[in-house]
Ligand binder design. Structure first.
Ligand code: NAP
Ligand code: ZN
Length: 347
């Protein structure tokens, strides 16, 4: 293989810099994808800055990958050269356990789900993600991109999209449900679009004055600013499901008071501090607090088809590698509308 060009971080305190490396040789079931666009997920920043304490350097982030297939292995049947293809948050799993058989590879019972970056494969090689000009992935972990969707705006669907679609489907939101989305960022704005498209009454919670009009445009029936006190009073015990898409530590107790009896508070946001809830806030009303990871391959393809049918993509700001540090800083400040996407031509 010829060298791959990318951007890597080498420590939690240094900026990403140009980095060349070798992808594995194309195996019989592999596809080689020339990457055209890669979304910037808040996870990239958590990982690069070692917020979760599990960073492996050098790290080439990026798990919202779209591009064009440029070579295929001898036994590949799903793809041909020239097809548009996408890769999300993981690139392999054990494929044999019950979760993998159920199409829930992200929850592989043997803990062999292999993240797209910041992990080590079976040969001990570090996985490198989509901040790079190509990637080699087994076709079983590669997605088809519907032709009617804008390619750059499709990239964020591979993480922000599936991570919010999956819990909304799992907890069966739809007509008749009252759903809350907490945080209007990359994940939050996709959650809002999906909840609205699924027919649920959807309420957006945000800490940002400047996002209220956008939230309505994106499908919110109502927007609640959560600055100050007392904002929760009007909605006590009325929600069936609340999806928390917040990246930073925050108080979930006011939201628990909004749940109906037996209703569900699900976090997809992964702040670096544990969620805290007094036992009373859970016991009174038999509240359920849970979490959800991205989603399996079958469901990711289903989500892409749902987007194709409903004409849903991410609202994006295009950016380039020379502005990456600025883009990351803006994401941390909650100042992106609503997902940065890297143009790989800028490498
Ligand atoms: P993002 O674009 O930065 O959005 C996060 C939003 O959280 C912000 O836009 C802001 O919304 C809100 N927020 C930020 N700081 C806050 C604070 N101190 N208090 C209250 N609200 C605050 O991030 P993202 O890419 O959507 O990712 C969100 C989280 O999900 C991250 O922790 C990421 O690692 C995690 N994630 C998890 C999975 C998974 O598999 N579960 C997958 C992908 C990402 P407002 O301005 O509207 O308040
Ligand atoms: Zn992500």
């Amino acid at each position: 293989m010829t060298p791959t060009h990318g951007y890597a971080v080498h420590s939690s305190t240094t900026a990403a810099a140009p980095f060349d490396f070798e992808r594995r040789k194309l195996g019989s079931s592999d596809v080689l994808i020339d990457i055209e666009f890669c979304g910037v997920c808040h996870t990239d920043i958590h990982q690069a800055r070692n917020d979760w304490g599990n960073a492996i350097y050098p790290m080439v982030p990026g798990h919202e990958i779209v591009g064009t297939v440029s070579a295929i292995g001898s036994s590949v049947t799903k793809f041909k050269v020239g097809d548009k293809a996408a890769v999300g948050t993981f690139v392999d799993s054990c494929r044999e356990c019950q979760s993998c058989k159920d199409g829930e590879e992200v929850y592989c019972d043997r803990d062999l789900v292999l993240p797209t970056y910041n992990a080590k494969d079976q040969n001990g090689k570090i996985t490198f993600g989509g901040y790079s000009n190509n990637i080699v992935v087994d076709e079983a972990f590669t997605l088809h991109v519907p032709a009617n969707l804008d390619l750059a705006a499709t990239a964020p669907l591979l993480c922000a999209g599936i991570t919010t679609y999956s819990p909304l489907k799992h907890w069966k939101v739809g007509p008749g449900s009252k759903v809350g989305i907490v945080g209007l960022g990359g994940l939050g704005h996709m959650a809002l679009k999906f909840s609205h498209a699924l027919g649920a009454q959807t309420i957006q919670f945000t800490t940002s004055n400047g996002k209220v009009d956008d939230a309505k445009r994106l499908g919110a029936d109502e927007v609640i600013l959560t600055k100050g006190e007392g904002w929760q009073a009007a909605h006590a015990k009325s929600f069936d499901f609340i999806l928390d898409c917040v990246s930073a530590p925050h108080d979930i107790v006011p939201y628990l008071s909004l749940l109906k009896r037996d209703a569900v508070y699900c976090t997809v946001g992964i702040p670096s501090e544990p969620l805290r809830a007094p036992a009373f806030a859970l016991a009174m009303g038999r509240k359920r607090v849970t979490g959800s990871a991205s989603g399996g391959i079958k469901e990711t393809q289903e989500m892409l088809e749902f987007c194709s049918k409903h004409n849903i993509v991410s609202d994006i700001e295009m950016t380039t590698f020379d502005k990456l540090e600025d883009a990351w800083n803006r994401v941390v400040k909650g100042d992106v509308k609503y997902r940065f996407v890297l143009d790989l031509k800028s490498l």
